[in-house]
Design a protein around this ligand. Sequence first.
Ligand code: MTE
Length: 429
Amino acid sequence: MDESPALPDCLPSLPKNVTPTKVASADSQTPDSWVKRNAELIRLTGKHPFNCEAPLTSLYNAGFLTPAHLHFVRNHGAVPHVLKDVADNWKIRIHGLVKEEVALSITDLRRLFTVVTLPVTLVCAGNRRKEQNVVRKSLGFNWGSAGVSTALWTGVYLADVLSYVGADRRRAKHVIFEGGDSLPNGPYGTSERYSWASSKEKGMLIAWAMNGLPLEPDHGFPVRIIIPGQIGGRSVKWLKSIEVSVSESQHHLHYFDNRILPIQLSPEQARAEKQWWYDSRYLINELNVNSAIAKPAHGEELRVISLDAIYELRGYAYSGGGRRITRVEVSLDDGRTWKLSEIVYPEDSYRDIVHSDDTYGVLDLTERDTCFCWCFWSFNVPVQDLTEASCLTLRAMDESGNMQPRDMYTNATSMINNWWFRVAIVKCK
Ligand code: MTE
């Protein structure tokens, strides 16, 4: 077990990271045969590449900060095998519209910039896709509702680095990130708008640690980008290059992934008609409002001991772009009437404290009112009412009034699926 270095007691407790000790047989004949993984993780794309989520109950029970062994993983190919001495000399090339091109190691980043830690929830744009795939098979694989995880990420602000290299503010429109993984159509890469990347308020980090420990290979060791409030697909792992540019990334997966194509387009048409993917209107950056019921789990058996007892429904909710969840509502009659749940925002515990040490650098959310993390909701329901209902339905709203829709937006990639979350109640004899 790896202990994360301590933080003040007033903060949500640090997760206990259980370091996997052996390579799974599923990985033994693959290029990842050196990566030790938690056997509890659910593999979503067969053996290789590795894509997984934890069982939702385990993820939820782990609490606000997700230990690395339960964090979801989205890899498009083999994990780059980076040994310690290579990691020590790993350099990120920073080039393009800059005064001076540089290549910086983690040691350089530590020396030149203020080291910071932020709690950030990462979400794969495919979270909850399985529900759409049941209705119509899309181009993507079956994520349940655990394609979301939260960690303390330590690194330096991308904005500080862009200012250090003298990025040309007038001409720059995009910042392009490239990873060190080799994929059939070239390395993984994507981009963000320069105006966002150069704003500390957006919180983008070049990060080398997760919950106070070095990144695990699956999460981008030795260094990656972390982008709060946006789909995980922009948070490039195994970061090799940052380019300031007038144009967006030309990487294959910048176009052929992480898009919501119009509903009229079937998956077959989307596959055949490439022009749709190049339309910048269909790119997704910010996450949309979403929520899920973790307790009860799908298929969980509830033993009714007393109809007067109270059952506590629980789960998570999040939104994108720093927006706060303002309400989570539960319905026991499939959306005819709704009741307000309680919401707890563990991220708020960080707002009054300033902590600084060698591991985490500066942890200071005192001047930040954006929400970069998930929150938890709970709702007490009399067991009697549960026995009379056929379904539990859930929806959340954020501070901009964005609310989860009743209906699915069945799109070819089935991304950012956020219709009302439901758990069916089946009465056993
Ligand atoms: N970066 C590289 N280099 N290669 C990848 O395959 N996958 C992206 C992103 N960064 C990816 C990547 C996607 S789609 C997601 S959702 C996040 O990484 C997942 O981060 P995680 O595996 O640490 O949870």
